[in-house]
Design a protein around this ligand. Structure first.
Ligand code: 13P
Length: 297
């Protein structure tokens, strides 16, 4: 599959949609893919609502789904089926890739990568970021870097350093993920919220650089909107879709729909579609909150 082919199904890198989002004060939803149902639901919502989306694959999700090429092929085939006419921008993105994973993703046809060197010493993160950026640019692949670790609990989180953000912004990367008190998964009760003073300083120090907010689940609507007004142009969501899917499947089983032999409620496609509809509803809510719902009319 060459670049011309995928573009004709709306599959693009993230550069144009993120620059546009930053300029127009909304954020693009990055929806983490967990399996076929997630990929299909995300593309369906994008096409049905005229909203650009980024489908993010973690290294673990890539392994689960069947490898880099398999992830690309599923996205491309579904986009060919659903998005040939409308060509809504859809990005195939590697989430939190290590150095090797970034290379593999680029070779397999991902249109966007995130190199997560945040756990490395700054100089090593910088060198590897520069190195991968050359490869990404050569392949017309957009590039997200990370500064300030975004962990799974508050103790692991690290705030981004403003001077380091300035250096990264000057490299020509597409966007920058920053640690501003955000973490992946559910926020604990004693979470103090996002550090808006730091976000504001980073935004001013890195003008025209779309900033990325990871750990989008569980952040209040007010904080999401404030973060968008301070330069966040991409927001990552995973746990919230997983929770919605699990809740729907629980309802399906507890309602004993699977035991209805006449309606064939045991058909896995019926069970998973019930869960997929919950994912779609969650994505639509997020697009509306982020302001990117229907922007691609
Ligand atoms: P949540 O699981 O907290 O929504 O975070 C997703 C994320 O940031 C993936 O990179």
């Amino acid at each position: 599959m060459n670049n011309f082919d995928v573009k004709s199904f709306g599959i693009v890198n993230a550069r144009v949609i993120l620059d546009k989002a930053l300029k127009n004060h909304y954020a693009i939803a990055h929806i983490n893919a967990n399996n076929l149902e997630w990929i299909k639901s995300t593309i369906e919502v994008a096409v049905e609502t005229n909203s650009p989306v980024i489908i993010g694959f973690s290294m673990a999700a890539v392994k689960y789904i069947g490898g880099y090429k398999c992830c690309v092929d599923i996205c491309v085939d579904i986009a060919e089926e659903l998005n040939k006419i409308k060509k809504i921008p859809i990005v195939i993105h590697l989430d939190h890739g290590n150095y090797e994973a970034c290379k593999e993703a680029i070779n397999a046809g991902f249109t966007s990568i995130m190199f997560d060197g945040s756990s490395l010493p700054f100089e090593e993160n910088l060198t590897k970021t520069k190195d991968l950026l050359v490869l990404a640019n050569k392949n017309d692949v957009s590039f997200e870097a990370e500064l300030g670790a975004i962990g799974s609990n508050l103790a692991d989180g690290e705030l981004a350093d403003i001077e380091e953000c300035k250096i990264f912004a000057n490299l020509g990367i597409t966007c920058l993920a920053i640690g501003i008190g955000n973490i992946h998964g559910i926020y604990p009760d004693d979470w103090k919220g996002l550090n808006f003073a730091l976000l504001n300083d980073i935004h001013h120090a890195t003008m025209n650089m779309p900033l990325v907010l990871h750990g989008g689940t569980g952040i209040s609507d007010e904080q999401i909107q404030k973060s968008i007004s301070l330069g966040i142009a991409k927001i990552n969501i995973n746990t919230e879709c997983q929770l919605a899917f699990a809740k729907a499947i629980r309802k399906y089983i507890e309602s004993e729909y699977d035991l209805d032999l006449v309606k064939k409620g045991y058909d896995p496609r019926k069970i998973l579609t019930f869960g997929a509809n919950a994912i779609k509803e969650t994505i639509i809510e997020k697009l509306k909150l982020f302001g990117s719902y229907g922007v691609n009319k």
